[in-house]
Structure formats: C-alpha cells, structure tokens
Design a protein around this ligand. Structure first.
Ligand SMILES: [Zn+2]
Length: 64
C-alpha cells in the first residue's frame, strides 16, 4: 500500500533567520521508510516544498 501526502502550509519559516516565505522554489518527493500496518507494508511518499528565503542578509537561499 502506498500513501501519498503533501504539506498544507502556504508558507514556511527559514530555519536560519526565522523569516516567513510563501515563495515556492520547487517541490520534491521523499519516500519515508516502509512501516508495517497490521499485516501490510505501507510506503509513505511525501511531497515537500522548498521555499526561497527573502531575507537578503540570510546565507540560506532555500529551505524545505
Ligand atoms: Zn533565511
């Protein structure tokens, strides 16, 4: 069984400077480790958005 999920937040917070950003740079998928659920193996595919940090003083240009 495969479960596909994606984040719902419209913006993220840069882990380096704390600035909020709603400017999406790209999206990518992460496959989380298979987990057992009852007798089935479940694979979780998570779509993650990468945001652009708008703070010109910040050294981190993008973050997920
Ligand atoms: Zn930043």
């Amino acid at each position: 069984m495969t479960v596909r999920a994606r984040g719902r937040a419209d913006e993220g917070c840069c882990p380096s400077c704390g600035c909020q950003s709603a400017r999406v740079h790209d999206r990518y998928q992460r496959q989380l480790q298979d987990v057992p659920l009852a007798t089935r193996r479940v694979q979780i595919v998570l779509e993650v958005r990468r945001f652009v940090c708008g703070n010109t003083e910040c050294g981190q240009r993008t973050f997920a």
